[in-house]
Design a protein around this ligand. Structure first.
Ligand SMILES: Cc1cc2nc3c(=O)[nH]c(=O)nc-3n(C[C@H](O)[C@H](O)[C@H](O)COP(=O)(O)OP(=O)(O)OC[C@H]3O[C@@H](n4cnc5c(N)ncnc54)[C@H](O)[C@@H]3O)c2cc1C
Length: 505
């Protein structure tokens, strides 16, 4: 049953009065003396629902987090969700099912998802989304849609809120606070899990934590859930597992990959690194990386047909710039050196084309060429442009000649349809774009019960993992499937919270 607006507001009021999250909750000394049914490492997207649902089933739960607040990556995330067979879809007359969602994931990822884990996610996604709606999740009125930034689904099953990830977090806060107020959940903030404790049989029996002053405590639990997120803020580990530098600094700072090391110490292993994929390029604020994203060009031909060409580090075109599929562009970039491309155009494009960069006018863009920003290059000849942008001169000249010949004959060699003008009028321009990823592709292997497993397939007793620690490759494969990180994280947390104490008996 849907929670009425009045009751929801009352609930929020009660929560604010009883359990502010700025407080540390319990002290390590208090919780050290107890043995909890469930210890959740990470009060984020997966950890919060795990705690809420375990507490609902009567478990005693301890949640620890290295940060000074709950929320994890939800504090930054776009928070797009996807689920099939939801109540909202039925209300809007959309017929959909988890199987169709699964088939779409297989299609978009070309069979690279983990079928067991992705199936578990989509089978239970609708119940997750319905629950978030009951908790007051404010979905935008025109949703669900079939896609926003990523390859579209075949059905509208993509949900979003104006307040992005924060809206998801706000929907979970009341349940978490109420369970804290009822003494079912203890929360220990600013405590980092540094080791797992194993008994003589190799089963996990607790977690060693350190506070910000380095004081160590040992906490006992019957079950431990690692919900520490990924490793996308750990530049060294990111580069080791992706084979690519960490270009963007916009991941959650506590996503340091701690959980992977913890799981490995108990016998678990990391897999899926080969599924690494970047989004199509963005403009970086600086050559020194990690750095922030300065701006993003509009590469969706449905919204703005391209007037420019895209070249790789060899100054060669590598993609039909007006290909409608987002995934086709991302896959084409996957095979280019350093996943980098330059958008090249001339003065005629500046004068005639609609603005290239999202949120910028054409004048804003020209200002960027006038200033000392990284990644913007302008020159009076193609050869000089190539030198400024670090591209091979003769290759860039040849590429522009070939493109202009295609415009002249109406027969582009890559099959591009939108050929508005030759690129011949100086000055010439180039903007360097970088393919980036802000999430973790590789992850800890788990079985269908989300138990951490060893290479021989046996489960490490009492140890579970959920969320980005499983790697984006599990639920998205080598593709970007909308909403398929936040929704699975919440779903797996919820499922574990509901079932964990029974599974382990
Ligand atoms: C900018 C951005 C936009 C995104 N947009 C989308 C989107 O639209 N849709 C989508 O599906 N996905 C999106 N993602 C990915 C998605 O948000 C994350 O994969 C997901 O929120 C991660 O959930 P989690 O529970 O695994 O980790 P988190 O939510 O990060 O929670 C992990 C928690 O563990 C804590 N922690 C870490 N190490 C320790 C330790 N040693 N001891 C104690 N605590 C620890 C952290 O402080 C954190 O609170 C986005 C990611 C980013 C960065």
């Amino acid at each position: 049953m849907r929670v009425s607006k009045r009751r929801f507001v009352q609930t929020l009021g009660a929560v604010a009065a009883t359990a502010p999250f700025a407080s540390r909750g319990a002290s390590a000394r208090e919780v050290r003396r107890r043995r909890f049914d469930l210890l959740v490492i990470g009060a984020g997207t997966a950890g919060l629902p795990a705690a809420i649902f375990a507490a609902k089933r009567g478990a005693s739960v301890l949640v620890i987090d290295a940060a000074a607040q709950i929320g994890g990556t939800l504090l930054l995330s776009s928070g797009q969700l996807s689920a099939a067979g939801t109540r909202l879809q039925r209300e809007k007359g959309i017929s959909d099912s988890p199987l169709e969602h699964f088939d779409d994931l297989m299609r978009i990822s070309r069979g690279t998802i983990d079928p067991v884990i992705a199936r578990l996610a989509v089978d239970h996604a609708a119940a997750t989304f319905d629950w978030l709606m009951e908790q007051g999740y404010p979905v935008l009125p025109d949703y669900p849609v079939d896609g926003v930034a990523h390859e579209p689904y075949s059905k509208p099953r993509y949900y979003w809120s104006e307040r992005r990830g924060i809206a998801v977090l706000d929907a979970m806060r009341p349940g978490f606070s109420q369970a804290m107020a009822a003494g079912r959940i203890e929360l220990l903030l600013e405590h980092r899990a540094v080791a797992l404790q194993l008994d003589h049989s190799g089963a996990v029996s607790g977690v060693a934590v350190e506070d910000s002053g380095g004081t160590r405590s040992e906490l006992a639990a019957r079950n431990v859930l690692i919900a520490t997120g990924g490793y996308a803020s750990n530049a060294a580990l990111f580069e080791k597992l992706s084979g690519m530098p960490k270009f963007l600094d916009s991941s959650y700072p506590f996503a340091q990959g701690d959980g992977l090391a913890l799981a490995e110490s108990a016998g678990g292993y990391i897999h899926g690194a080969e599924k690494y994929l970047t989004n199509y390029g963005v403009i970086l604020a600086s050559y020194d990386v990690p750095t922030s994203q300065l701006a993003r060009a509009n590469f969706y031909p449905q919204r703005r047909p391209p007037w420019e060409i895209h070249v790789n580090a060899h100054a060669q075109r590598f993609v039909r710039e007006d290909v409608p599929s987002v995934d086709a562009r991302e896959q084409a970039l996957r095979f280019q050196p350093l996943k980098r491309h330059w958008v090249v155009f001339d003065q005629a494009v500046v004068e005639q084309a609609p603005p290239l960069i999202e949120g910028w006018t054409s004048e804003d863009m020209l200002d960027a060429f006038d200033g000392d920003l990284a990644c913007f290059y302008r020159a009076d000849s193609i050869e000089a442009l190539a030198r400024a942008a670090g591209l091979p001169e003769r290759a860039l000249v040849a590429t522009l000649d070939a493109y202009n010949y295609g415009v002249h004959t109406g027969n582009d060699f890559l099959g591009r349809k939108h050929l508005p003008c030759k690129l011949v009028k100086p000055p010439f321009y180039a903007i360097r774009h970088q393919g980036t990823s802000i999430t973790s592709t590789a992850g800890i292997a788990v079985n269908e019960r989300l138990q951490v497993v060893r290479r021989d397939g046996s489960a490490v007793r009492n140890l579970y993992a959920a969320g980005e620690i499983l790697g984006s490759g599990a639920t998205q494969g080598q593709a970007f499937c909308g909403g398929m990180m936040v929704t699975p994280a919440i779903t797996f947390g919820r499922l574990l919270g509901q079932q964990l104490i029974y599974l382990s008996q």
